[in-house]
Design a protein around this ligand. Structure first.
Ligand SMILES: [Zn+2]
Length: 375
């Protein structure tokens, strides 16, 4: 299979280049449509692709749904392949270029090369006349990098109809797939204190800034790396001028956790912050954005299958747990087994040195095709 994929290497690299050159930062409607236009045309050249659907996403562009091997449905649950077409790079920030084995470009690693790879996996199965026992759905959302406000319900709808979800997010260094991901909850904490003159009446004031500073120190002291739990006050603002005790301040807090139980503990803690100065009042807004992807028995089974396939293809495959969340977390919340980090290997996601390794396209495509064929 790798030989077959290798034969299309030039076409595939060209398709990736064209896709990367149509820049599509999240929220860029035109970019999103351009990317989908290209992917739709590519999908229509694959005989096993039954339909391509473009789903409007308000102010973001459109999500893309590709259905393949539909004749095999027979009431069978699908294999869902999940990815996204938006990137974090503003237009003009980076340019595509190849240096040796490295293909640099905006969003090439996270995850445009892998969008093309998924279609190539379907193509190679078609050419080899290998028919998977399940129908295949490829869903590429357009707002993953900004929290999936419109993509989430689509991911959940498709995940409910799937036996397993294969996520095209970048692997960890060395091609490691991700068998666990932390959950994320985001919070805004608003403090209301009492203003007073900093020179004449400082004791009459209740500083909202001081309260949040103390809360910040307490939250950071609760960080527990061994348990995989973290609190980060990443943004803080407040006050009016230096000679006034601040009556108002607010902060934004990012919290992460590895299990649902721990997520509930974090929620409880954030919702019941104890005051240092009783004259100040706190209003806490927020909650869980993405639940954790836990390394369940179903996830381990998927990983072991991937391991077997990689061995047959002649390469080693490792696993790891990731601090960041992906759309895979939404599927995991529905108890569907998820294997994440199946994208093409490279480095520099979200950074200016973002790139993939060209030599890794063929083995990763073969791995994905092998999973689709045998799951
Ligand atoms: Zn991504």
């Amino acid at each position: 299979m790798q030989t077959l994929i290798g034969r299309r290497h030039e076409e595939v690299v060209q398709a990736i280049r064209r896709l990367v050159e149509i820049e599509s930062p999240s929220g860029d409607v035109q970019g999103s449509r351009g990317v989908n236009e290209l992917l739709e045309n590519l999908a229509h050249t694959i005989p096993s692709v039954a339909s391509v659907e473009r789903v409007e996403s308000l102010n973001c562009g459109e999500h893309l749904l590709v259905h393949a091997f539909r004749d095999e449905a027979n009431g069978n649950k699908a294999t869902l392949i999940l990815g996204h077409t938006d990137t974090v790079h503003s237009r003009g920030a980076l340019h595509a270029r190849i240096e040796g084995d490295r293909f640099y470009g905006p969003g090439v690693f996270d995850m445009k090369a892998s969008c093309v790879m998924a279609l190539e996996a379907l193509r190679s199965l078609t050419v080899l006349a290998i028919t998977p026992s399940r129908p295949v759905t490829l869903l590429l959302t357009c707002d993953e990098e900004i929290g999936s406000a419109t993509g989430q319900s689509l991911v959940e709808r498709e995940a409910r109809q799937a036996a397993q979800v294969l996520v095209l997010e970048p692997p960890a260094s060395g091609g490691l797939v991700k068998t666990a991901r932390k959950g994320v909850a985001m919070w805004t904490v608003e403090a209301k204190g009492i203003a007073s003159h900093a020179g004449l009446d400082i004791e009459k004031g209740a500083s909202a800034i001081l309260e949040l500073a103390r809360q910040t120190e307490r939250l950071h002291s609760l960080n527990d790396p061994a348990r995989g739990t973290s609190f980060n006050v990443g943004l803080i603002r407040g006050g009016t001028r230096s000679n006034v005790v601040a009556a108002h301040a607010e902060m934004e807090v990012d919290t992460r956790f590895s299990t649902y139980d721990e997520g509930r503990r974090v929620e409880n803690l954030m919702s019941n912050l104890q005051l240092f100065d009783k004259r100040v009042s706190l209003t806490v807004k927020g909650g869980i954005n993405r639940g954790p992807l836990e390394r369940t028995a179903g996830v381990v089974k998927l990983f072991h299958r991937a391991l077997e396939i990689a061995q047959q293809l002649g390469f080693e495959l490792g696993e790891c747990s990731a601090g960041g969340a992906s759309d895979g977390n939404f599927a995991a919340a529905l108890d569907v087994p998820v294997l994440d980090g199946l994208g093409v290997d490279g480095d520099g996601a979200h950074a200016s040195h973002e790139h993939i390794l060209l030599s890794n396209i063929a083995p990763r495509t073969a791995l994905l095709a092998g999973l689709i064929a045998t799951l």
